[in-house]
Design a protein around this ligand. Structure first.
Ligand code: ATR
Length: 301
C-alpha cells in the first residue's frame, strides 16, 4: 500500500482500540476494490473524544467509526444524528459532510438486518414473535431492525427488568408490540417464536455461558447469536443440533461496516466468503488473553 497526498482517510476511535477488527475489514475492501484510501485505528481517550471528532475535518478525514466507550457520548458532540440512532442512544459511524459538519448514524441496525437477509433469505417477519435476550446497546439496534422489518411482537427478556422497560419505551413503534420478561422466564418466552436473538454478553470468551433450554422453540425458528468469539457459541451449537437455522455474529460486524465505507470511499461493497475468512483470521485464539477485549466480540463492533 502507498499513501500519498490524495489518499482518503478514515478510521475507528475507541479506548482501548487494539482489539478492533474494523481496520482488517475496511482495509480488506480498500485492497479488494483498489481504492487509494486507508483506515486506521485511533486510540482516543474518553476525555479527548470531542477534540478528536472535531479534528476530523481539519485533518482531512472522511469520517470514522466509533466503538467502546464512545458510542453514546458522541451523540452529544456531532452536528446531526440520524433519528434511529437517536432512539437507540448510540452512534457508531461518523461522516464528515461537504460543509465540514459531522453526521452520525448507527449502522448496527443495517448490519443485523442485512446479515439476516444474507444468511436466511427466506426468513419472514411474519414467522412469529421475536425473542430478544439482553437490553444493552446491541439489543436496541436488533430491536429497531426487527421492528423496521415488520415483526409485530418482540419479547424482550433481560436480567434487569427496569433496563428492559426503558428499551421498550424508547423503541416503541406503531406496529410492533414490545413486551418485557424477567430472565427467569426466558424459556417460556420461546413458545411460538419465529426468531431468537442473543444480544447478551453471555457465551463470549471470558464470560459465563448462556443457559437456556430450547425445548419450547419451534424448530422452524431462526436462532441468532451476535457473539462472534467464539463463532459457534453453545447456543448456536445446541440450536443447530435441534435443526434450527442459525446465524452467527460475524456477519453483523461485516455488514455494519458497509454504509460507512460507501460514504467515505464512494463505492458500495459486498460481504464475501473471502472477507469472512480474512477477518476470521484476525480473531485471536480463544483464551484468557481475549478477556480484555470481551465487549468487542459481538457483531456490534
Ligand atoms: P451492549 O451495550 O454492548 O449491548 P451491555 O450494555 O453490557 O452491552 O449489555 C449486556 C447485556 O448482557 C445486558 O442485557 C446484561 O443484562 P443486564 O441489563 O441485567 O445487565 C446482559 N448480561 C450480562 N451478564 C449477564 C448475566 N450473567 N446474566 C444475564 N444477563 C447478563
Amino acid at each position: 500500500m502507498r499513501i500519498t497526498g490524495s489518499t482518503r482517510l478514515a478510521g475507528i476511535m475507541g479506548w482501548p482500540i487494539a482489539h478492533s477488527r474494523s481496520p482488517a475489514l475496511h482495509n480488506f475492501w480498500l485492497d479488494q476494490y483498489g481504492i487509494d484510501g486507508v483506515y486506521v485505528p485511533l486510540a482516543v481517550r474518553p476525555e479527548q473524544l470531542e477534540t478528536a471528532l472535531r479534528a476530523l475535518p481539519a485533518l482531512g478525514f472522511r469520517g470514522c467509526n466509533l466503538t467502546i466507550p464512545h458510542k453514546q457520548k458522541a451523540l452529544a458532540i456531532v452536528d446531526r444524528v440520524d433519528p434511529v440512532a437517536r432512539r437507540i442512544g448510540a452512534v457508531n459511524t461518523v461522516v464528515v459532510a461537504s460543509d465540514g459538519r459531522l453526521e452520525a448514524w448507527n449502522t448496527d441496525v443495517y448490519g443485523f438486518r442485512e446479515n439476516l437477509r444474507d444468511i436466511v433469505p427466506d426468513w419472514q417477519a411474519t414467522a412469529g414473535p421475536a425473542v430478544v435476550l439482553g437490553a444493552g446497546g446491541a439489543a436496541r439496534a436488533v430491536i429497531a431492525a426487527l421492528a423496521e422489518d415488520g415483526v409485530s411482537e418482540i419479547r424482550l427478556v433481560n436480567r434487569t427488568m427496569a433496563r428492559a422497560a426503558e428499551v421498550a419505551h424508547d423503541l416503541a413503534a406503531p406496529r410492533c408490540r414490545i413486551t418485557v420478561h424477567p430472565w427467569g422466564e426466558r424459556e417460556a418466552a420461546l413458545r411460538d417464536a419465529g426468531i431468537l436473538v442473543n444480544t447478551t454478553s453471555l457465551g463470549m470468551v471470558g464470560e459465563p455461558g448462556l443457559e437456556i433450554e430450547l425445548t419450547e422453540l419451534p424448530v422452524s425458528a431462526v436462532v441468532v447469536d451476535i457473539v462472534y468469539v467464539p463463532l459457534e457459541t453453545r447456543l448456536l451449537a445446541a440450536a443447530r443440533q435441534r435443526g434450527h437455522r442459525v446465524v452467527d455474529g460475524l456477519g453483523m460486524l461485516l455488514h455494519q461496516g458497509r454504509p460507512g465505507f460507501e460514504a467515505w470511499f464512494g463505492i458500495p461493497v459486498r460481504v464475501s466468503d473471502e472477507l469472512r475468512t480474512a477477518v476470521l483470521a484476525t480473531l485471536a485464539p480463544a483464551g484468557p488473553a481475549m478477556a480484555g477485549a470481551a465487549r468487542q466480540q459481538r457483531g456490534s463492533q
